[in-house]
Design a protein around this ligand. Structure first.
Ligand SMILES: Nc1nc2c(c(=O)[nH]1)N[C@H]1C(S)=C(S)[C@@H](COP(=O)(O)OP(=O)(O)OC[C@H]3O[C@@H](n4cnc5c(=O)[nH]c(N)nc54)[C@H](O)[C@@H]3O)O[C@H]1N2
Ligand SMILES: Nc1nc2c(c(=O)[nH]1)N[C@H]1C(S)=C(S)[C@@H](COP(=O)(O)OP(=O)(O)OC[C@H]3O[C@@H](n4cnc5c(=O)[nH]c(N)nc54)[C@H](O)[C@@H]3O)O[C@H]1N2
Ligand code: SF4
Ligand code: FES
Ligand SMILES: [Mo]
Length: 893
């Protein structure tokens, strides 16, 4: 091992350059107490708990760098005594409950290990607390001002919400804004709760005092909210979740989490959880038993198949559900029903990424690992708001920027990361393709393209160069509203970086020309030779749902089988047929919007909606509801009586991510295990069990009795997953695909030798800029952009049922101050928002975050009706809705 050799208590040990004496002591297998230190944070060296003697001098091990040849003593009586004195001094300023027997805090444990008992705690307390926040309580009497919470908030989370106030022994943590915690900048990532060594900052309720430092017995699982894929430890008591702790060895989250994964589990015990199947009788949904429900579903499906043919049935599979469940759903549709009518919410989200990245590079996923992206010296973050939508990734990107990486943000809104950007490009919504061409124009014009790479590993340069002649910065400025100088500055940052990386989100995909957007964005990486090489870290979509990558990987798509083989390809079909022992239909099935159109036309006669609230989250929901009401049989697997479930004929109560077994694939293509922490409520069952039971009720054995066997079978259908298994994941943790071989690791960084396109080359795309589908006019003068807010998740069905609702109780429409003036709107005013398709009700919030002429809202409160506003315009290649551009007007009711 290269590094530094030192001696600890007579033992030789080698540590890497830059390591602290503390790290060296631990590497030597020797225990040393610490309090103000946390290996996720920079050292502070303030508590003196870790004193050692180094070459004869007393030093705090956590802040002292190891230098070659140093001799460290940790165990002599005098250094032990010095450490004890330091801890005794800290303890003396605390009330005795800080050290009470059984107190699980790090401080209490350190004191016990040194023989410092509760009697050492001599303060009376009385400094009070702050219990204004649903998830973070402060007890000032227990604060030792170690600053771990402040550093966690600044260094790991990047929110800078906390500070230390007061002097000397009175120093205590406080929100930087001065008022109550609930009104501070805190985004409840739980970092301060997790790092606090004394119990001064805790999660209220049964999880009080639990941290990842000494996690109690827990179930390791993967977060079921967003696609980051945080590893979490679920602590339970008597069959209920007491806390969900971030795993320190989580490959993506590394001991961090966000307000959703860490805290939003209150929905589990909501009295509104569905616990029994429901059947519509005389227009009303009534609770029935499972046998009856399954009989109704089986009879209903059989009747539609017999009278209308298999293609009169369709299913929407859930990107919230596991791989194994998605595999089973698509197998059910293909084998039991005999149709390819199966799709998932990737359609609404990153289907343009799947199509665009496949066309440009060959595979349907991001090109690089996030660990690589994080090493980049220039980040181009486009149409993504990771600070709110992928908080753990947002925090890691921000950390990288604070450590010196350049940052270009392209987003019409002043999103969190934009505040730290070197250049913030604010294109008018829907003008990305022009923007990316403008950047590409500058790369070529200024000689910043990688000619060798273009010659050897790419195609399409002459055609693209000709197109780019039409996109000089001045013209692009007219098309996009981005000043030419900013465009040039951004292109130079990306063009001159050593290893640039592109990260992007729905601001690229959810457009009339979303696939063109993805491909023109990919052009930039190809021009720079920054993909498939060590000269950059590619093009990486921040996939949304916990398992939207997996749902598509498993073939819950109308045109693709597991592993992305085309249903139209006879060789692909026959491989699946050999495994399934049944014919696979050759004709591609219906996409989600086409399912609704077919239902309205009377051609689709049975629709099974599994974990997607289409009446709240699909666009133009008035028309979706009409489709469900026209369709004779609508079956819905749900946790709650969602907007969609209200329109269903049969509702089947489903288990959620904390209640099931399987795997998810996160945004950088890693398979990770999902394990049940608690049983589902009442008679609710997992989607896996439900699909099985329906197949059995229809008289067909669908195979795959367990999730592990389902993934194993998938590997036989799809060679890219052949090396994966539950056993292997159990052993190795996260494994990325492609993973064709059980004896080899998965491929984290793609295309090192060749691209996966038929000719092995990256393909530059040559698509002219075309305007968005919706345009403002005199009647509808504002452009509405819709997207995410930090505390809620999609339809909000889970986050509105628990403490997150307290954090964000109101559905706002953000307007620029200019527009507020023009339309005589002020903060807090109830508004009616109207589009050409419908109307919604929201509360005005005036903010510079939104540009003049644009308004922004979320879609997390179905009751507001935001998706009644959005149109049926959709990406011309993949049918991904144009959620990001709707012409609207506002009125005061
Ligand atoms: N808190 C929270 N987190 C979530 C979710 C949630 O609901 N809540 N949902 C999850 C899901 S399913 C997904 S897919 C991801 C989505 O994560 P993101 O893609 O980050 O989400 P959005 O907020 O929808 O859109 C991103 C940004 O695109 C910008 N944008 C709009 N139009 C344009 C344009 O024309 N050009 C450019 N360059 N930018 C534009 C918007 O201003 C917005 O800031 O988040 C996941 N994480
Ligand atoms: N205006 C606008 N609309 C949008 C978007 C936008 O940016 N703007 N974004 C779109 C995007 S990217 C997406 S991904 C969609 C998301 O839209 P949806 O997929 O509809 O949203 P979710 O709230 O994530 O989950 C859907 C339902 O699944 C249930 N559920 C959760 N877990 C499970 C499970 O394990 N099994 C079953 N059976 N049910 C479960 C939940 O209770 C919820 O009702 O929204 C889209 N809608
Ligand atoms: S960042 Fe995403 S995966 Fe991680 S805890 Fe939050 S919602 Fe879960
Ligand atoms: S742990 Fe080293 S000084 Fe606090
Ligand atoms: Mo999504």
């Amino acid at each position: 091992m290269t590094g530094i050799e030192i001696e600890v208590d007579g033992r030789g040990v080698a540590v890497p350059e830059g390591a602290s004496l503390l790290a060296a002591v631990l590497a030597a297998g020797i225990e040393l107490p610490t309090l103000c230190s946390d290996d996720r944070l920079s050292p502070a060296g303030s508590c003196r708990t870790c004193l050692v003697r180094a070459n004869g001098h007393i030093a705090a091990a956590c802040v002292t760098p190891a230098v070659s040849g140093v001799r460290v003593e940790t165990a002599t009586d005098d250094v032990r005594q010095l450490r004890r004195d330091a801890v005794e001094l800290i303890a003396s300023a605390l009330p005795s409950r800080a050290l009470a027997d059984g107190n699980p805090s790090e401080l209490a444990q350190v004191c016990r290990s040194m023989g410092v008992g509760p009697e050492a705690a001599q303060a009376t307390g009385g400094r009070g607390g702050d219990d204004s926040h649903p998830y973070v309580h402060l007890d000032r009497d227990l604060c030792i001002a170690c600053g771990r919470c402040v550093r966690m908030c600044a260094e790991v989370q990047g929110t800078f919400a906390l500070t230390l106030v007061g002097r000397g022994a009175d120093t205590v943590v406080a929100p930087g804004t001065g008022g109550p915690w609930a009104e501070s900048d805190c985004v409840a990532c739980g970092g301060c709760v997790d790092t606090c060594p004394t119990g001064a900052i805790t999660e209220p309720g049964p999880g009080r005092g639990l941290t990842s430092a000494h996690p109690p017995t827990a179930t390791r699982t993967t977060c079921g909210y967003c696609g980051v894929g945080c590893a979490l430890d679920v602590v339970t008591r008597n069959g209920e979740v007491t806390a969900v702790l971030p795993a320190r060895d989580g490959p993506v989250n590394q001991g961090h989490a966000c307000v959703k994964g860490r805290f939003a589990h209150g929905y589990l015990t909501s009295p509104e959880r569905l616990t029994r199947p429901l059947l519509r009788r005389d227009g009303r949904l009534e609770a029935i038993g499972w046998d009856e429900a399954l009989g109704e579903v089986a009879r209903g499906l059989r009747k539609v198949i017999d009278t209308g043919g298999p293609d009169a049935v369709a299913a929407i599979s859930s990107a919230r559900a596991t791989n194994e469940e998605n595999y089973l759903v698509q197998k059910f549709m293909r084998v039991v029903v005999g149709t390819n009518n199966v799709d998932n919410c990737s359609r609404l989200c990153h289907s343009p990424s799947a199509a665009g990245l496949t066309a440009s590079f060959g595979l349907s996923g991001g090109t690089d690992t996030f660990d690589d992206v994080e090493r980049s010296d220039c980040l181009l973050v486009v149409g993504a708001n990771p600070v709110e939508a992928h908080p753990v990734v947002g925090a890691r990107l921000l950390r990288r920027v604070l450590h010196g990486a350049k940052l270009v943000v392209a987003d019409p809104r002043a999103v969190g990361l934009a505040l730290h950007a070197d250049v913030h490009l604010r294109p008018r919504p829907g003008t990305n393709v022009a923007l990316f061409h403008g950047l590409a124009h500058v790369l070529l014009a200024e000689g910043l393209a990688d000619e060798g790479f273009l010659r050897e590993r790419a195609t399409g340069l002459p055609e693209l160069a000709e197109l780019l002649d039409d996109y000089p910065p001045d013209r692009v400025a007219d098309l996009t509203g981005v000043p030419a100088a900013d465009l040039v500055a951004a292109a130079r940052l990306y063009g001159r970086a050593r290893q640039p990386a592109i990260v992007y989100g729905l601001g690229v995909t959810e457009h009339l020309h979303g696939t063109d957007g993805v491909r023109s964005l990919a052009n930039l990486a190809i021009l720079r030779g920054a993909v498939g090489t060590d000269r950059g870290h590619g093009v990486n979509p921040l996939r949304g749902q916990n398992n939207v990558q997996g749902a598509s990987d498993m073939g819950a798509l109308p045109d693709l089988l597991p592993g992305y083989g085309k249903v139209t390809d006879p060789a692909v079909r026959s491989r699946a047929e050999a495994v399934w022992g049944a014919p696979v239909p050759a004709r591609p099935g219906l996409r989600i919007p086409d399912m609704f159109a077919a239902a309205r036309a009377g051609n689709l006669r049975a629709l099974w909606v599994i974990g997607e609230d289409v009446c709240a989250t699909d666009p133009d929901t008035n028309q979706v509801a009409r489709a469900l009401d026209t369709c004779p049989l609508v079956i819905c697997n749900e946790l709650f009586l969602s907007e969609t479930a209200r329109h269903a004929d049969i509702v089947l109560p489903a288990a959620s991510w904390l209640e099931k077994d399987g795997t998810f694939v996160n945004f950088d293509r890693r398979f990770q295990r999902v394990r049940p922490g608690v049983p589902p409520p009442g008679e609710a069952r997992t989607d896996f069990e439900i699909v099985h039971a329906v197949a059995t009720a229809m008289g067909i054995d669908i195979g795959c009795p367990t999730p592990a066997e389902a993934l194993a079978e998938c590997g036989r259908v799809a060679p890219v997953f052949a090396g994966l298994s539950h056993d292997r994941l159990e052993r190795d943790g996260a494994i990325p695909w492609p993973c064709p071989d059980p004896g080899r690791p998965g491929e984290a960084k793609l295309y090192k030798e060749r691209f996966a396109t038929p000719d092995g080359r990256a393909h530059l795309a040559v698509s002219p800029y075309l305007p968005p589908g919706e345009q403002p006019d005199d009647d509808y003068p504002l452009i509405l952009v819709t997207g995410r807010r930090w505390a809620h998740y999609n339809s909000g069905s889970m986050t509105r049922r628990g403490g997150n609702l307290t954090l964000d109780p109101i559905d706002f429409l953000d307007l620029n101050p200019d527009d507020a003036l023009r339309y005589e709107v002020h903060d807090g005013l109830p508004l009616i928002v109207e589009s050409r398709h419908g109307r919604a009700r929201l509360i005005a919030r005036v903010s510079e975050q939104t540009a003049p002429g644009q308004v922004f809202c979320s879609f997390h409160f179905p009751a507001s009706g935001v998706n009644r506003l959005t149109s049926d315009h959709a990406d011309t290649v993949t049918s991904c809705p144009e959620y990001k551009v709707t012409a609207v007007r506002v009125a005061v009711p």
